[in-house]
Design a binder for this molecule. Structure first.
Ligand SMILES: Cc1cc2nc3c(=O)[nH]c(=O)nc-3n(C[C@H](O)[C@H](O)[C@H](O)COP(=O)(O)OP(=O)(O)OC[C@H]3O[C@@H](n4cnc5c(N)ncnc54)[C@H](O)[C@@H]3O)c2cc1C
Length: 453
């Protein structure tokens, strides 16, 4: 019996493996990962500094523990070299057995999400794994801004446990409090700003947008003195965070003593920092899939059943573009994993076919982990007609704001809550009206998908 092969052991890879094992205890299961295969909750990376948790403390299980739990073979520190969807084979090589220079090339390749060059294959002890079904759960890569200056390569990002370990080590080498400049005031930037501020560091946030959480929260809230974004900015400011909104970073240089980083903004302002953390967004890892001939859009393109354009190949998590949507959050992975596990478990060797199961996404509000001012937001579907209005606004004593996104007919399509108003989350989820045809709509549940899988 050929195995189910999952590439990636992040939240998507391991959640899918668990869901699959609930339905099928006999099919061989193989997982391949470039990292050490530790199971951890990635959202903890942006709220672990305040409680001084080490990378090790965030690990829920090591790869050996996961292999036992899942009755699986888990290949850690393996690089996927190539996928042959015709032969249904994946070529992998252990990163640690490679020559040092090639290993570094491969690590850089993985960081950049680019495909290996031919040298990697020729110098590596390549193993070929046959599969019955293949799942790409390769995650996403932090975007890198093209910043000028001799310290540009000192800009860090934290997108996995290894990054977190390195960032925490770097913080511990700074004279306390460390001066940290964060590029990006989105969800991850704001969470790190709050976490670092609680941990006692001096934080500055630079964002080209005029407000925090620009992609999630309304820029204007008619009827309110201030909107949720302004309330968050103020709350973080009270913890010591300094904002540079509507600004971009132009250059980053080492100071004369090389101990400080000097940042110049587009308006000529300069800042000094010990560390610079970039949180400007993620790009799905698509290079491997592209080189295997799969259809790529903004991510690895799948239908509502998470089937890619190649037969018996699926994609889940941050690398996937499901029905035209990138959904780089935990809840879509949980829902996707359940549906995909059902599809995979229905596989019949005799006729090489599956009963494809469509993924059903209910409304999935996102909680922003900013203890200075907790935020819950459920964005309206992309392109929805309507406007944000204030349902209740903060008064002098409370930071509780409730904002609704209403259709022209007055139907609730989305909401944003701050502070104690976050307790209204469940009630508003129940009140949401989902439009037919909306990819996140509960009315879009289908029993099957047309596709190559
Ligand atoms: C700091 C931070 C905080 C977050 N907070 C929240 C939150 O509060 N709520 C929320 O809903 N979401 C949050 N998210 C998003 C959420 O954590 C992600 O959507 C989710 O963890 C992605 O899981 P994944 O398995 O798709 O990707 P990943 O966890 O990145 O896993 C990718 C896997 O692919 C492997 N891989 C990649 N390339 C190769 C290769 N060539 N060969 C072999 N293996 C390879 C990697 O080693 C890894 O095992 C946060 C994200 C970050 C970074």
């Amino acid at each position: 019996m050929k195995p189910l092969l999952i590439l990636g052991t992040g939240l998507a890879g391991y959640t899918l493996a668990r869901e699959f094992r609930k339905l099928d205890q006999t099919r061989p299961l193989v997982l391949v990962t470039a990292d050490d295969g530790s199971a951890y909750a990635k959202p903890n990376l942006s709220n672990a500094l305040a409680t001084d948790r080490s990378a090790e403390a965030l690990v829920q299980s090591d790869a050996a523990g996961m292999a036992t739990q899942l009755q699986a073979r888990v290949l850690t520190r393996y690089r996927v070299i190539a996928i042959n969807t015709e032969a249904r084979q994946v070529h992998v090589a252990p990163i640690d057995d490679l020559r040092d220079d090639i290993r570094e090339d491969i690590r850089e390749d993985i960081r950049q999400g680019t495909q290996k060059d031919a040298a990697c294959a020729t110098h590596a002890p390549v193993e070929i794994i046959d599969y019955a079904q293949l799942v790409l759960a390769l995650g996403a890569e932090p975007l890198r801004l093209p910043i000028a200056g001799n310290a540009a390569d000192h800009i860090r990002s934290v997108n996995d446990l290894e990054d977190y370990r390195a960032f925490r080590d770097a913080l511990s080498r700074c004279t306390a409090p460390a001066r940290v400049a964060i590029l990006g005031g989105g969800l991850i930037g704001c969470e790190f700003a709050n976490d670092l501020a609680i941990a006692g560091h001096a934080v500055q946030v630079i964002d080209i947008a005029p407000q925090a959480l620009g992609r999630l929260l309304p820029s204007d809230l008619p009827g309110a003195v201030r909107g949720p974004a302004q309330a968050l900015q103020q709350a973080l400011q009270q913890t010591g965070v300094q904002w540079h909104l509507g600004r971009s970073l132009k250059t980053i240089q080492h100071s004369a003593t090389a101990s400080t980083l000097e940042l110049q903004l587009d308006n000529g302002d300069s800042l000094e920092a010990d560390l610079v953390l970039s949180a400007v967004g993620l790009a799905p890892r698509t290079a491997l899939a592209a080189s295997a001939g799969l259809q790529i859009g903004r991510g690895i393109v799948t239908n509502q059943c998470l089937q890619t354009s190649a037969r018996h190949v699926y994609a889940l998590g941050d690398c996937a573009e499901v029905n035209g949507m990138l959904l780089p959050y935990v809840m879509p992975i949980m829902h996707g994993a359940r549906a995909l596990a059902a599809t995979l478990a229905s596989y019949q060797d005799t006729n090489d076919s599956v009963q494809a199961q469509s993924v059903h996404y209910p409304p999935m509000p996102v909680s922003v982990k900013t203890p200075a001012l907790p935020i819950t937001v459920c964005s309206p579907a992309m392109g929805s007609a309507g406007a944000w209005v204030a349902a209740s606004t903060a008064n002098a004593d409370t930071n509780a704001i409730e904002a609704h996104f209403l259709s022209p007919e007055g139907k609730l399509l989305g909401f944003a809550l701050t502070g104690t108003a976050c307790s209204r989350r469940s009630a508003l989820v129940r009140a949401l009206v989902l439009l037919p045809g909306d990819a996140l709509s509960s009315s879009d549940v289908r029993s099957g998908c047309s596709g190559p899988g």
